[in-house]
Write a protein that binds this ligand. Structure first.
Ligand code: GLC
Length: 577
């Protein structure tokens, strides 16, 4: 059989047939077949030479994204903002930051994506605003204004509820004094991000109507930022929402009234046994970011051991092809690589094993994670990064590729805090800005990182595209394979036992067919036997160039270090799983 046969020639675009409606009917299924690409407009492509990425620049780069094979974009906050938390400090929910474009440019992006059959998800930050938001300005100036109750205040901070701030290295607690109001206000994140009083029905109405505003402009759904902090105790009396699920249910109901295919993906990094809650029996979020999976899968691949993968499957509710549980899987995101979901020993190990920098440029932040990119965690090993993406794309759930990881971009620890992992996209080898912008490097929103790590090179897109062995093309082949395997979103997933702790195998059963994915987490070659109840003549290679032999209800696979193989075929009548 030809090497990586499926990756050759023309890529097959979304092959998935229409997704069968879920059991309770009427739920959209498109997001379960989607491959999502997460990017920040301001660091993706500058079209007008002012040093800021913008919507026009993104539109100019859609061919690249289509070529990669992704069919849904998740764009991080692009709203007017003082940018003290990368735009997660929103000053106006209904506009575009003028450095990134305009509402017209946003509309053009929507139209262009539509024409290409691509979807758009935007970030909605509903837990807090910027202190520069008009609501907060009015709230602090006038205690009688309705906006005062949009936030949470206390005049007796010593008696107020205290809890740990989410950014403990930067904030002492959850209360800051406001000179104008003469009171303290509550904030779980930075002091410039006052929490909204989400129990206030006026606030709730505002939030619903913000969602409607963007849906009417054509977005397909939202990443709901900080969904867990939204429902935690808030304010002086540690007030909790009476029915927190109602808020999410109602948000979805209102969203679906505008667009019946709208989806809500939640950033709900809660304890594993609490995750089911956010799905609300199908009336809550459509998918949750899989933080348990993120720490375990990325760690397991990094240390070449499969136990974290087993543990991940044990800890979280199973994705349900015909039910409401669904995961948005990712290897890295734009924040720190948060390790809190690992067992304590593994967290300690990961802290030291993956640590880079030092002397004020340490990668370890917030006492919980590394501000490093995938390429840093895997020491620039493109074979390992490609294998991690193959695994990501084969897991039950919707895969999210983090912009720049498909070419192996590195972090820049000279940048403050999480900016290290948010440097602009490196398009080519052009000096000085790697194709991101023609502006003076001093003018850039964030400097382009040209350094990489000692001994490893800093990647760019142009040098990889078209080279079949490149990371970009291998990630693109894995995305293409995912598109040709609609059974991943529809099949029953199960772990396939293999006799080697540095190998991982899992399968999907759907409609009498089996899809088996085998990943070699080790750096050296391995041979394994995995159960595969398919006739030898019927076995079809989907992805990967490993040798295999199907016989007697099993398959023997010989894989180089970090290699992977996806195989499928019709299940034999005699079973034998
Ligand atoms: C989310 C974002 C993070 C941001 C925080 C506060 O966790 O991913 O970047 O700092 O919310 O909005």
């Amino acid at each position: 059989m030809d090497a990586d046969a499926a990756g050759d020639g023309e890529r097959v675009s979304a092959a998935a047939d229409a997704f069968a409606p879920l059991a309770d009917g009427g739920q959209p299924g498109w997001y379960r077949d989607a491959v999502v690409y997460s990017l920040d407009v301001k660091t993706f492509q500058d079209s007008d030479g002012d040093g800021w990425g913008d919507f026009r620049g993104l539109i100019d780069r859609l061919d690249y994204l289509e070529n990669l094979g992704v069919d849904c974009l998740w764009i991080r906050p692009f709203y007017p903002s003082p940018l003290r938390d990368n735009g997660y400090d929103v000053a106006d929910y209904r506009d575009v930051d003028e450095r990134l474009g305009s509402l017209n440019a946003f509309d053009d992006l929507v139209a262009e994506l539509d024409a290409r059959g691509m979807r758009l998800i935007t970030d909605l930050v509903l837990n807090h605003t910027s202190t520069e938001h008009e609501w907060f300005q009015r709230a602090r100036e006038d205690p009688d204004s309705k906006y005062h109750d949009y936030y949470l205040w206390t005049s007796h901070v010593d008696e107020a509820y205290h809890t740990e701030n989410i950014f403990p290295e930067f904030e002492d607690g959850v209360w800051s004094y406001d000179e104008v109001a003469g009171k303290h206000y509550f904030h779980q994140f930075y002091g410039h991000q006052p929490d909204l009083n989400v129990a206030n029905s006026d606030v709730q109405e505002e939030l619903f109507s913000i969602a409607e505003f963007w849906l009417e402009r054509g977005v397909d759904g939202f990443r709901i930022d900080a969904a867990h902090p939204m429902i935690l105790p808030k304010g002086h009396n540690a007030h909790r929402l009476e029915d927190p699920q109602w808020l999410f249910r109602e948000l979805k109901r209102r969203a679906r009234e505008v667009n019946d295919e709208a989806v809500l993906l939640a950033e709900a990094d809660d304890e594993p046994d609490r995750l089911d809650f956010y799905f609300g029996d199908g009336e809550g979020f459509d998918a949750l970011f899989n933080f348990v999976g993120n720490s375990h899968v990325t760690y397991g691949v990094g240390v070449g051991d499969s136990w974290p993968l087993y543990r991940m499957f044990e800890q979280i509710p199973d994705a349900q092809p015909d039910g409401h549980v669904w995961w948005a899987n990712f290897l890295r995101n734009h924040d720190e690589w948060n390790l809190l979901k690992l067992p304590h020993d593994a967290l300690e190990h990961a802290r030291e094993e993956f640590r880079k920098g030092g002397d004020g440029r340490d990668s370890w932040v917030f006492g919980r994670g590394h501000r490093l990119r995938l390429a840093d965690l895997y020491d620039g090993d493109h074979d390992r990064i490609a294998m991690a993406h193959s695994l990501l794309l084969s897991l039950p759930g919707t895969p999210i590729v983090n912009s720049g990881d498909e070419i192996g971009m590195h972090a820049d620890l000279d940048r403050p805090e999480r900016q290290a992992v948010r440097t602009p996209m490196r398009w080519d080898g052009a000096e000085p800005n790697a194709g991101f912008s023609t502006a003076d490097p001093e003018e850039l929103v964030i400097p382009v990182d040209g350094t990489g790590w000692p001994g490893v090179f800093q990647a760019d897109a142009a040098s990889q595209r078209g080279d079949p062995g490149s990371l970009f093309e291998r990630v693109a082949s894995a995305i293409d394979a995912r598109k040709r395997c609609p059974e991943i979103a529809r099949g029953d997933c199960s772990i396939v036992h293999v006799d080697s702790g540095d190998m991982w195998a899992h399968r999907f059963d759907h409609d009498g067919r089996v899809l088996l994915a085998v990943h070699n987490l080790a750096s050296g070659p391995r041979e394994v036997v995995a159960g595969f109840d398919v006739d030898p003549a019927d076995a079809e290679r989907v992805l990967g160039d490993a040798d295999y032999r199907v016989a007697d209800g099993g398959v023997t696979v010989t894989l180089d270090g970090c290699a992977y193989l996806w195989l499928r075929g019709e299940r034999r009548g005699d079973g034998g799983r």
